[in-house]
Ligand binder design. Structure first.
Ligand code: ADE
Length: 323
């Protein structure tokens, strides 16, 4: 197996995100290690399957995190995401404090590219927030975490189930009304406001400027009526806030990022051993053939080159793909 696991990057209800490295190419990945037991019991399997599908589609945009591979062992499914080493926008805001308008405009413009790409594929993210905007060592940003995404939201289709994070959720979703992709633009408005003022809630008194267009774009994105909200009905790229933005340069990563950050290091390095977590799970869970059949077709991409070579660096149990 040529994938070497390093340390844990983060944890969720489903399992861990672990830094891993391809020992041949030295390419690093953020591997989401998800317990099959959690998927079969508590966390909805459908959500992970949506995330798995969306992460393959997102490779079409430089502003969306995508999956390079997926595979499974007896006890886990593993999703190999591109690794962005400089933390997220939430950490950036915590370390730098509120951003100057030009920096906020840069991140907002890159996010617009990602959000519009998702929406043209009929996907609503539903959980846009600074924690889900990752920063690369180049200083560019990408949207991640498609665990709450909704697919096939083309045309006039609407949904009504509640999903998201308090403070970023659009009023129509909060009111349990039918909603569309406009919910992402509301969250985006909260993020721009937060980048500039440091606050999630909009306060008139924090804006005394009128020239940058920041106040205007935030107010248009935070409109309670989704039909009047900027983003879905009018081209947000043409808003005054983005007047000086050359979108072709943004799309091709030619706009220099305002901040180059140091790679983030977790305070406590917690090593990860796939063997150990497999064995721990096996103690009190025996997936039946019917359980395993639920994960059929999960593996994709360069599975062969990543896993089927003779050098064994982790000693992990061999990956399985039920027939
Ligand atoms: N944490 C979760 N996903 C990540 C990614 N793609 N890169 C870095 N850290 C992460």
């Amino acid at each position: 197996m040529r994938l070497r696991f390093h340390h844990v990057l983060g944890r969720g209800a489903y399992g861990e995100v672990v830094l891993a490295e391809d020992t041949v190419t030295c390419q690093r990945y953020a591997v989401k290690v998800i317990r099959k037991r959690a998927l079969l019991a508590e966390v909805e399997l459908a959500d992970v399957m949506v995330e798995h599908r969306v992460l393959q589609l997102t490779s079409g945009s430089r502003f969306l995190v995508h999956a390079e591979f997926a595979f499974q062992t007896k006890m886990h499914v593993l999703l190999g995401l591109e690794y962005l080493s400089c933390g997220d926008l939430d950490q950036l805001l915590q370390s730098k404090g509120p951003l100057d308008v030009n920096s906020a405009r840069f991140y907002a413009a890159e996010m617009v590219c990602g959000i519009q790409h998702l929406h043209t594929m009929g996907i609503i993210h539903r959980d846009l927030k600074p924690e889900n905007i990752l920063v690369a060592e180049t200083g560019h940003v990408k949207i991640t975490d498609f665990g709450l995404a909704l697919e096939n939201m083309y045309g006039d289709r609407t949904a009504n189930d509640y999903a998201g994070t308090e403070g970023y959720v659009a009023p129509e979703m909060d009111a349990r009304e039918e909603y569309n992709a406009a919910v992402d633009w509301f969250s985006f408005g909260v993020i721009i406001n937060q980048m500039i003022t440091g606050e999630r809630k909009y306060h008139h008194k924090l804006f005394n400027e009128s020239t940058s267009g920041a106040k205007s774009i935030i107010l248009q994105l935070l409109k309670r009526n989704p039909a009047k909200r900027l983003g879905v009905n009018r081209d947000i790229r043409k808003h005054r806030f983005f007047q000086q933005i050359d979108w072709i340069s943004v799309e091709s990563l030619r706009v220099p990022p305002p901040h180059i950050l140091e790679s983030s290091k977790p305070e406590h390095l917690e090593p990860f051993h796939l063997d150990a977590v497999e064995a721990a799970e096996a103690k009190d869970f025996r997936p039946s053939p019917k359980d395993q059949a639920m994960f059929r077709g999960f593996s994709f991409s360069n599975l062969k080159t990543l896993l089927d070579t003779s050098s064994k660096t982790t000693g992990a149990s061999s990956p399985t793909e039920p027939p």
